[in-house]
Design a protein around this ligand. Structure first.
Ligand code: ZN
Ligand code: MN
Length: 493
């Protein structure tokens, strides 16, 4: 940004809480389950009764290690648990078990963007902790407490202040969601609150050769990518405006703030000053033993990790010849990318298959609001359809029709082609007759194709579409194009 003699640079670090998809909670055997009857998934341990003992969930540690490795972090060989004290109705123990000075993972980085522009944000640390319950304010005059969520494993990831814009934050957050779903460690469902973002935002302002830095605002508990982006945009503008008044809104002079995002108005609001930050009185959790992670443990996790989205996208471009955009679409969701590769394994040529994934299967999936992998069409049938379109048995248009039928029918593409009579017609006489029909029915287009140089190309394309329509998708588009060109040339003589 630059206006009225100033240059500004937005500086953002983000804290992210990711709910891990373990079957049971972090320190007890209660089920992790969204939407269950309130307080039905709670026991003396997660409710915080005196005298109970927590037991660590090893699966949660496995998941956290996988994320740490994927984020290029150093995994601590020795890590421990700490109590973080605070009082809140949805935290009846009066403390949260977290990790303070010895986090499970630290000093990593996460790269996003494409080859053209890779953006790297360093990861300061990632540690395990437990979630609190939920206070529910929908009954007038009282607050209800549901402890089903209390004790759910959370991975808290903290970046360095390396995020340079609202768009970078958006990209970082969406790629992180993709990463955790790829790893299978979280569903990453924003609506269910399984990923929550807290950006720390300030602005460096250069004015008359002097750099000013505004105080840092932390925007609490954002649970959508859009809110994350909009809150950063809003905050960076607000801070510059505040500074403009008399240049005193700067770090050290004015206090840091916690702010809340008001979604319907698109603004942040002051919650409390950070100087009054809680004294969490961290101390080591006496009821849990430290965790020692050796090479054997690390190697076990490494060997179970799938290829990560960025690497897979690059491989699809380099080894399979896909465009960067198509690769991004297909890799967007792991099940879709797996299906795509299996369809290649079943004989589908990658180029045709990619087009069908991006143009046909994704449209059919979107119409039904499901993922491509949930369309009930397996890799064998997808691969076969791509093969039949590639070798000219059916036209691309006909292949689209067959794809739509495949969703509601278990039949093979070959059987559907027969049933629908969609075998591509290579007969020149038949095709020429369709071309004649299209010319007779579209005199204006024929005239444009012959006499209007500006419209000739579009008119010829239109005629080709008409022939395909008249043929019921059975004509071979290449042959049609050739016959149209020849007929126009004859008429021009
Ligand atoms: Zn429990
Ligand atoms: Mn936390």
């Amino acid at each position: 940004m630059g206006d009225a003699g100033i240059q500004t640079r937005t500086i953002v670090g983000i804290e992210i809480h990711v709910q891990l998809a373990t079957r049971t909670k972090m320190f007890c055997s209660c089920a992790v389950e969204f939407g269950a009857t309130p307080n039905s998934r709670a026991c003396p341990v997660c409710v915080g009764m005196p005298g109970v003992l927590p037991v660590m969930n090893r699966q949660a540690v496995d998941f956290a290690i996988a994320v740490g490795l994927a984020l290029n972090c150093r995994i601590a060989p020795f890590t421990k648990w700490d109590r973080k004290s605070y009082y809140y109705p949805d935290l009846p123990k009066n403390y949260q078990i977290s990790q303070y000075d010895l986090p499970l993972a630290c000093d990593g980085y996460f790269e996003t963007g494409s080859d053209a522009e890779v953006r790297r944000a360093r990861i300061r640390r990632a540690h395990l902790e437990e979630d609190a319950g939920k206070n529910i304010h929908d009954t007038p005059g009282c607050t209800l407490v549901d402890l089903n969520r209390a004790g759910t494993p959370l991975l808290e990831i903290v970046t360095e202040p390396d995020i340079v814009s609202a768009d970078h934050a958006y990209e970082f957050a969406t790629e992180l969601q993709r990463l955790v779903t790829y790893l299978g460690v979280s569903e990453g469902n924003m609506q269910k609150g399984q990923m929550r973002f807290e950006p720390n935002i300030n602005v460096a302002i250069e004015h008359d050769g002097v750099e000013y830095r505004t105080p840092i605002s932390e925007v609490k508990n954002l649970n959508s990518f859009r809110a994350l982006r909009d809150a950063i945009d809003y905050e960076s503008r607000r801070q510059v405006e505040e500074w403009r008044k008399d240049h005193s809104y700067v770090l050290g002079k004015a206090g840091n703030e916690n702010r809340g995002w008001v979604d319907d108005r698109g603004v942040t609001e002051f919650q409390r000053g950070k100087e009054a930050a809680h004294d969490y009185r961290y101390f080591p959790e006496p009821d849990l033993v430290p965790v020692e992670i050796d090479e054997v443990w690390l190697n076990r996790i490494r060997s179970q990790m799938p290829e990560l989205p960025l690497a897979r996208r690059a491989r699809f471009v380099e080894a399979l010849g896909l465009s960067a955009k198509d690769a991004e679409t297909i890799v967007g969701d792991r099940a879709t990318a797996d299906l795509f590769e299996n369809a290649i394994g079943a004989g589908g040529p990658p180029a045709v298959l990619a087009k069908q994934f991006v143009n046909v299967w994704s449209k059919l999936a979107n119409d039904r609001r499901v993922a491509i992998a949930d369309l009930a069409v397996d890799a064998d049938r997808m691969g076969r359809l791509a093969k039949l379109a590639d070798d000219g048995t059916v036209s691309a248009t006909a292949a689209n029709q067959i794809a739509e039928r495949m969703i509601d029918s278990p039949e093979s593409p070959d059987a559907l082609i027969d049933a629908l009579g969609l075998v591509q017609v290579q007969d020149t006489g038949q095709t020429a007759a369709w071309v004649d029909d299209a010319f007779a029915a579209n005199e204006k287009a024929v005239a444009d194709a012959l006499q209007n140089p500006k419209k000739a190309k579009a008119a010829a394309g239109f005629l080709r579409g008409q022939v395909m329509r008249i043929s019921g998708g059975k004509a071979d588009p290449k042959l049609v194009g050739k016959l149209i060109t020849e007929k126009l040339e004859r008429m021009n003589r």
